[in-house]
Design a binder for this molecule. Structure first.
Ligand code: NOJ
Length: 556
């Protein structure tokens, strides 16, 4: 039996959970090789429990050649030796449960590693064979088949097809990879693929895992005949539903209905969260219909500029769309694929969506403003109805490391884009725990290798040790807010009521007796008369009003 945690909320715990994202290779290094691992994570579980989160989501920890930081999985039912052993994993899961935290893993169903036994067998087999039928192999176009089967592009740049050499040495078929060439897409119309993933889920559920974050949940179904995509860009800015040949196709829902039935066979039901980059909240809500997935990341909130109207609009639209299907919304400010929010909010807002490092190019930065806004955004996020995600280091106020030397960059996007996209390494730098110099407690004292990405010297002020107990620190803001969230019956799942505010500010009430005011860009605003301040993200004006870039929670 699982130990009931402080946030235990029966079978519906996921409707209001705060889930902490552990990017395993950068969280804590137990064995001193400069790479985070499972024993390192286990040793830091008390820190996470103390923070006040309900569950962890761990990025892929399976054996992998690491061509895409573990999203190229070569064996779904084992642990990458760099990260530890299956026994380490079992102990970590049990340790998290003992501390009242659930554990979600990452499942990567769109593609495998090219080193996976299935793909190796496909390469050795004939065109048209059952081994090839697990993937998307096609003949090329043109008289000699030297033109890719269609015009699809890889997400990391370049053509989404690679041509193989057949057993007789001749150039042969092409296979599809929506990401790197080392990540061949599998064919979800093949029942063998479905059964393989069911088996993988059963394996981890049997070890006590509470659910999965589904990688590229919107990519599994491909249009019959694999038609050219033509000029359809993705996501289509401001467009309505588009019949895209490989993103967000209706056929994916059949897969998730079957996954839900599998999860519901467990006495303590297992849960899913979809990573689905779709172009409208209504499309997102399709993934969380009652017989499909439980939740989905709400990336529109992450992408909304720090401006009152677009921010409010993103919240209103997300809540309305989720309400139509009875699912809770989730709120997310950053993850391992996007620029950290301190750095996004440090830039002028609303000029263009800020997601990737290249989106920041040429925009001036004010990091003091970025930090103030990130603090206010944390209170906003944690006050909204539904669940929330905290990406490791967000609670420390880490900024994107924008100046990593080119020779340390490891994101495949860097090479695949012809070195035009520096990629996502800047939000993946190992966490600073303690001390005055790198590795800042990330690795043990006697480590034999530096952290896999260099940490900025300035992080000495942002270590957990430096921030703990400092009431003005980001860490203490998160701790206080997360603990308050547990004691305020109004927070978590539920609804909100918008309150009138002057231009530039937002405010909403939640019953019983709670309100959140966020001033994004207006003149200082007053809290309703008689309200009691629960927490503020920054100093108020001398007469107690909420200045710009500041949020407060009040008891009404
Ligand atoms: C989304 C993951 O979050 C990202 O890190 C990865 O590169 C792609 N999916 C491909 O698996």
């Amino acid at each position: 039996m699982r130990t009931a945690g402080p946030a235990e909320n029966g079978a519906l715990w996921w409707r209001s959970a705060v889930i902490y994202q552990v990017y395993i290779r950068s969280f804590a290094d137990g064995d001193g090789d400069g790479v985070g691992d499972v024993p390192g994570l286990r040793s830091r579980l008390p820190y996470l429990a103390g923070l006040g989160i309900d569950a962890l989501w761990i990025n892929p920890w399976y054996p992998s050649p690491m061509k895409d930081a573990g999203y190229d999985v070569s064996d779904f039912r084992a642990i990458e030796p760099l990260f530890g052993t299956l026994t380490d994993a079992e102990e970590m899961i049990a340790g998290a449960h003992d501390l009242g935290m659930r554990v979600l893993l990452d499942i990567v169903p769109n593609h495998l590693s090219d080193q996976h036994r299935w793909f190796q067998a496909a390469l050795a087999a004939e065109p048209g064979s059952p081994e090839r039928a697990r993937f998307i192999f096609r003949d090329g176009r043109g008289p000699d088949g030297s033109t890719p089967p269609n015009d699809w592009m890889s997400n990391f740049g370049g053509v989404a097809w690679t041509r193989v050499t057949e057993a007789d040495g001749a150039l042969g078929q092409w296979y599809l990879h929506l990401f790197t060439p080392e990540q061949p897409d599998v064919d979800w119309t093949n029942p063998e693929v479905r059964e393989e993933f069911n088996e993988t889920m059963r394996f981890w559920f049997a070890l006590g895992v509470d659910g999965f974050r589904i990688d590229v949940a919107h990519g599994l179904a491909k249009a019959e005949g694999l038609p050219d995509v033509g000029s359809i860009i993705w996501p289509p800015v401001g467009a309505e539903v588009v019949d895209h040949p490989h993103w967000d196709r209706d056929e994916v829902h059949d897969i998730y209905r079957s996954w839900r039935s599998l999860a519901d066979t467990y006495e303590d039901p297992r849960v899913f969260v979809a990573e689905a980059w779709v172009h409208h909240p209504e499309r997102l809500s399709q993934y969380v219909r009652p017989d499909e997935l439980h939740t989905a990341f709400n990336f529109d909130f992450l992408l909304a500029p720090w401006e009152a109207e677009p921010m409010r609009e993103s919240i209103v639209v997300a809540l309305a769309a989720h309400e139509t299907v009875g699912a809770p919304a989730t709120w997310v400010l950053s993850n391992h694929d996007t620029v950290r929010e301190v750095s996004r909010y440090a830039r002028p807002q609303g000029v263009r969506p800020l997601r990737k490092l290249t989106d920041l190019a040429g925009l001036p930065a004010d990091f003091a403003v970025g930090r103030r806004r990130a603090r206010a955004a944390a209170l906003l996020m944690l006050a909204l109805p539904g669940g929330a995600y905290v990406y490791q280091g967000e609670e420390l106020g880490l900024a994107e490391v924008e100046d990593l030397p080119e020779d340390v960059l490891q994101d495949p996007g860097w090479e695949q884009s012809g070195r035009t996209e520096r990629g996502r390494d800047g939000c993946r730098v190992p966490i600073p725990w303690s001390g005055e110099a790198p590795p800042f407690g990330f690795s043990p004292e006697d480590a034999n290798a530096p952290p896999w990405l260099p940490q900025p010297a300035a992080w000495r002020e942002l270590t957990v040790e430096a921030q703990a107990g400092d009431e003005h620190s980001m860490l203490e803001l998160y701790r206080r807010a997360l603990h308050l969230r547990r004691t305020q019956p109004a927070l978590g799942d539920g609804t909100l009521r918008w309150l009138h505010m002057p231009e530039g500010a937002l405010a909403f009430a939640r019953d019983p007796g709670f309100a959140c005011i966020v001033n994004l860009s207006g003149d200082p605003v007053s809290a309703p008369a008689g309200a009691r301040l629960l927490i503020t993200s920054g100093p108020l004006t001398g007469d107690g009003r909420v200045p710009r870039d500041t949020a407060v929670w009040i008891a009404t």
